[in-house]
Design a protein around this ligand. Structure first.
Ligand code: KG4
Ligand code: ZN
Length: 345
């Protein structure tokens, strides 16, 4: 089965063709996974500007499709199913992908399936393994979301906690903007943190809500705490070591909260699998520290997508479509609508 996956929920235009063969369990072959990044467009603003993102998607989506088909050596006529992100996300961005997918479905008379972006981040982990899967706790951390999700089975989700303000990725991005490090902030902060030679510096940032007996998060105060530290130490703001220390401490504060809440949730819900997903899952320290914490829970499995499947891409949309078309009947082009506030259920 050949699936075309289309992703335009934020600032990456992602188009992928995957082949799924059904053996004892599905085997996913990613034939192409083209991602056109808009980093240069949004970098001067330190974050994504929705209308600029839509304009770039419009410009890039057709060339991305052509490249994806060429790399996969597949013709549109051979595609069995079109899958497109229909939410959550920025509405101007979502509309471009959804309307493009609808036009393709109409023109080539193909079934179409709408995919929840958060579910797709989680499903990107399944294609590596799903043997001990249920129940799972998924930590979904991206630029727009920070959620802990109880996954009873594919298609059965319960959000057990989420951020009350900024997402973890947004916190990385805003701190990087504050320190003039560029966009996207996550990779910039972790690069600076890595350069720090001695870890016993004097800077201490809060670990927001770490001891609250729930699974919610709050990261906006952390960004403000960095702002105050930067203001108090104006004389050091050009000092390389000071920036490295601030980045190290910001990254570690975010990781401490994410790891602690995820492990508590995994224990309470007796999770057999812990999944780390979303763009922030590309953070090496987070991957390593969460993996080490999961190791201490007997008989638990840690699943994490490959690096290229962590940030937004079309392959994760196509993979999710494979699972969903087994329980939800694909529709025709008329019924899919973009929904900026789509929730997992
Ligand atoms: O999932 P994603 O590609 O897009 C959204 O759905 O938001 O995630 C993008 C977010 C950005 O906030 C970016 O700073 C963050 O993922 N990110 C990272 C890293 N790579 C990307 N955060 C921390 N460390 C990284 N290495
Ligand atoms: Zn995402």
């Amino acid at each position: 089965m050949l699936i075309l996956g289309i992703e335009t929920s934020c600032d990456d235009t992602g188009i992928s063709i995957i082949r799924v063969s059904e053996k004892k369990r599905p085997i996913f072959e990613i034939l192409s996974n083209v991602v056109s990044s808009q980093i240069k467009t949004h970098a001067p603003f330190g974050g994504v500007v929705p209308n600029l993102a839509a304009r770039e998607h419009l410009k890039n989506i057709e060339p991305c499709l052509k490249t994806a088909l060429k790399e996969a050596n597949v013709k549109m006529a051979e595609v069995d199913l079109i899958a497109v992100t229909y939410g959550p996300g920025l509405i101007p961005s979502l509309l471009i992908g959804v309307h493009f997918a609808k036009a393709l479905a109409y023109k080539f008379k193909k079934p179409i399936i709408g995919i929840n972006h958060i579910e797709a981040h989680i499903a990107a982990a399944f294609c590596s393994e799903n043997s001990k899967f249920s129940p799972a706790i998924a930590l979904v951390v991206s630029g727009g979301h920070t959620q802990l999700v109880l996954v009873k089975k594919i298609g059965d989700y319960k959000i057990i906690g989420e951020t009350r303000d900024d997402a973890a990725g947004e916190c990385f991005d805003k701190v990087a903007k504050l320190l003039n490090l560029g966009y996207p902030g996550g990779p910039k902060i972790s690069e600076e943190a890595k350069k720090l030679k001695t870890k016993n510096h004097g800077l201490i940032l809060p670990r927001p809500m770490i001891s609250h007996k729930n699974y919610d998060f709050s990261f906006s105060g952390l960004k403000t705490a960095v702002l105050y530290l930067a203001q108090e130490n104006r004389d050091k703001i050009k000092d390389e070591k000071f920036i490295q220390e601030l980045c190290y401490e910001t990254q570690q504060a975010i990781i401490d909260v994410l790891v602690s809440k995820t492990i508590n949730a995994a224990k309470e819900y007796r999770a057999k699998t812990i999944i780390l997903a979303g763009g922030v899952a590309a953070n090496k320290e987070l991957r390593e520290q969460l993996a080490a914490a999961v190791k201490k829970i007997p008989d638990s499995l840690f699943l994490i997508p490959e690096f290229k499947l962590c940030t937004d891409n079309g392959a994760m949309i196509a993979i999710t479509a494979y699972y969903n078309q087994k329980r939800i009947k694909p529709s025709n082009w008329k019924t899919i609508r973009a929904d900026a506030n789509l929730r997992l259920s």
